[in-house]
Design a protein around this ligand. Structure first.
Ligand code: ADP
Ligand code: MG
Length: 435
């Protein structure tokens, strides 16, 4: 698939940007802090409904604006679909597919798939398990968008169950002997069954994702860092305590690959930790406590990998996901944020070789020379300029310019012109003449 056009209104530093894009490679070039990553972030948001940089939506809305809009027209196997996202920065977001409003923003998931690699991804290797769970969950939603609803259901049950454990601990400890104790226990058991039902589905999808992406991650790592020790991934489940370990390694033929078996294991594990959960006042097992182990040779990457190895592992996780998704349908759009500057020559070339095969890849770079010539990219220059906010505060706004041509962003002169629609930016393949 590829994004044919993208429009941002009041998204981060962009008052308005209309970009016409082509398949193949496009490089956004400009000094740091001028709005390049903001463009990739917006497309990543359309694909995942979350930012790779912030956990809340408020920072996505341009300072002084009420809401941000992202529109993307995506071409997938000759079929064209336009998605509109209205980000209210705190209140509920709204979305449209074509001209039709959808019931929930998550109904647009699946229209655009992206694989975004950014410097923040180093946290997948060095950071907390939550970073790796997010990696897996993005993958399971990209493979089956309905998992977004299952995740939302799980989160809701988890919050309610944990709240009961926290506030009702005293009552729960009294147990079946007292009337209110018995009733609290009964409520807890209702939450248990929903938690296990939704949780088992998430664990199963993650196990399958880990099994399927694993070989691609190992291969990508070999390509990027041929001299380093081999890299592996393995899912580590908090349900594994009272279940045989092979249950959680779907690459083994005896592994059940069955949601009912996992649900039973979940319920079993909940009964094992019941007393502990009541003491601690929180839910101790389930996919929210699981992790994806990243292994280099025989050591965990976290704590053992050098900076270069950690960086390569993070990149291999993304390229592995890209390789897997493209075997299963349409090529996701590859978004590479500021990565080439971090890599040595050999790794740059290895990455450029993969990127050159993508149906579409959007790259950001502070200087164009960081991007290997193999990519044969259209170049867009991104600059910020000083503006004065509605309340007189100084700020910046970004503009994009096709290299060697005039300003084509519809921003700049039209600043403050409200909803005026700028002319779309026409980008095209760079010709010999342009170079
Ligand atoms: N909500 C916002 N409103 C206005 N400007 C913002 C907002 N969020 C970020 N910015 C600005 O965007 C710029 C950073 O953009 P970014 O895309 O990260 O730059 P880079 O070109 O280095 O990738 C900074 O100038 C920052 O002040
Ligand atoms: Mg950036």
């Amino acid at each position: 698939m590829f994004v044919r056009s993208a429009t941002l209104v009041d998204f981060r530093s962009w008052e308005r940007l209309s970009l016409e894009l082509t398949p193949g490679a496009t490089v956004l070039v400009g000094p740091n802090g001028h709005g390049k990553t903001n463009v990739l972030e917006a497309l990543g948001y359309v694909a995942t409904l979350s930012s790779h940089r912030v956990a809340t939506d408020a920072p996505l809305v341009r300072t002084g604006a009420e809401r941000a809009l992202i529109r993307a027209t995506v071409v997938n196997h000759d079929r064209e679909l336009t998605v509109d996202l209205d980000i209210a920065g705190g209140r509920a977001n709204r979305a449209r597919l074509g001209t039709t409003p959808v019931r929930r923003p998550r109904d647009i998931l699946g229209v655009l798939n992206t694989v975004l690699f950014a410097p923040e991804d180093l946290a997948m290797v060095r950071g907390e398990p939550t970073e790796r769970r997010r990696y897996l969950d993005e993958l399971i939603v990209a493979r089956s968008p309905r998992m977004a609803a299952v995740r939302a259901d799980y989160e809701k049950v988890l919050r309610q169950r944990s709240a009961l454990l926290k506030t009702g601990g005293h009552t729960l400890r009294r147990g079946a002997g007292s009337e209110d104790g018995a009733s609290a226990m009964a409520t807890l058991e209702i939450w248990d069954s929903s938690l296990a039902a939704f949780g088992a589905e998430i664990v199963l999808h993650r196990l399958r994702a880990a099994r399927d992406v694993g070989p691609h991650v190992s291969q990508s790592y070999r390509d990027i860092a041929p001299a380093s020790r081999p890299a592996y991934v393995a899912y580590r489940s908090s349900l594994a305590e009272s279940a045989p370990p092979e249950m959680f390694d779907l690459s083994r033929p005896e592994a059940p690959d069955d949601v009912d078996v996992l649900e039973a294991a979940f319920l079993q594990q909940l009964s094992v930790v019941r007393t502990r959960e009541i003491e601690r006042g929180t839910t101790l097992v389930g996919p929210h406590r699981d992790d994806l182990d990243l292994i280099l040779g025989t050591d965990p990457a976290k704590g053992f990998a050098s900076h270069g190895e950690s960086w390569s592992f993070a990149l291999a996780l993304r390229l592995g996901a890209f390789a897997l998704l493209r075997t299963e349908g349409s090529d996701p759009v590859l978004l590479l944020d500021d990565v080439f500057a971090e890599l040595d020559r050999a790794r740059r070339t290895a990455l450029a070789r993969v990127a050159a095969t993508a149906e579409q890849v959007l790259v950001t770079a502070a200087v164009g020379e960081d991007v290997p010539a193999e990519l044969d990219a259209v170049r867009v220059d991104v600059r910020a300029h000083e503006v004065t906010g509605p309340d007189g505060t100084p700020g910046r706004s970004s503009v994009a310019t096709r290299q060697g041509f005039g300003d084509f962003s519809g921003s700049g002169d039209s600043l403050g012109s409200g909803d005026a629609v700028g002319e779309p930016v026409q980008t095209r393949r760079e010709t010999e003449e342009d170079r």
